[in-house]
Write a protein that binds this ligand. Structure first.
Ligand code: ZN
Ligand code: ZN
Length: 204
């Protein structure tokens, strides 16, 4: 089946289909989850290559970083309504995200190298795959900038009634209150539940 053409309506900050109908936000978030799943596979593949001696540690790090950078840009573009809506602020946000990822990736690699006999392959795969959460953070962090660029100033964050909440989610919810956009922490950012966060954020 041919995927339907989508276009971004900056006036309302949402995607529409060719016929003008809105795309549900849940569908956009599904795309994020699919990207995370693919990203986890890509990162694990790099770990397997390194562990089996097919690439060096340096190559492992640089290939993972390349994957993480491309994935972050894709997710940033998705929440921005396309690469053409991305601004210098978006680029700066991704750069900061990648700086943090380099540190975390090197920590994973160093630990794996030092404790190769103690860390099993499945454990190593879990550790590297966890970095995929950054792509979801890229989506939400870029969304804030996009909404600000569109002139929105307020945000509110609410808990998903069906989900389990970690202590960060409970701390970050605005309990239905609209607050200045910069005071609201976007979902999955600095959150203990990371990829499991189902909190909702709205802007106006
Ligand atoms: Zn949480
Ligand atoms: Zn949450």
């Amino acid at each position: 089946m041919q995927p339907q053409a989508l276009y971004y309506d900056a006036r309302v900050g949402r995607y529409r289909r060719a016929d003008g109908r809105f795309v549900r936000r849940a569908e956009v978030l599904e795309q994020v989850d699919q990207e995370i799943a693919r990203q986890r596979v890509r990162l694990k593949a790099k770990m397997r290559l390194w562990r089996s001696g097919q690439i060096s540690k340096e190559e492992f790090i640089s290939r993972c970083l390349e994957d993480l950078a491309l994935s972050s840009i894709r997710m940033s573009a998705l929440s921005s309504g396309g690469i053409e809506n991305m601004s210098a602020a978006h680029d700066a946000e991704i750069e900061a995200l990648l700086k943090d990822l380099v540190v975390r990736l090197e920590a994973v690699a160093n630990k794996d190298e030092k404790e190769r006999d103690l860390i099993t392959l499945p454990q190593a795969l879990v550790r590297v795959a966890a970095l995929a959460a950054a792509s979801k953070a890229a989506f939400f962090l870029s969304e804030v900038i996009t909404r600000q660029n569109e002139g929105r100033t307020l945000a509110r964050r609410s808990l998903d009634p069906q989900a389990n909440h970690c202590s960060s989610c409970l701390e970050y919810t605005t309990n239905g209150e609209w607050l200045p956009i910069e005071q609201v922490v976007p979902p999955t950012v600095n959150c203990l539940c990371r990829l499991n966060c189902r909190c909702r954020i709205e802007y106006r």
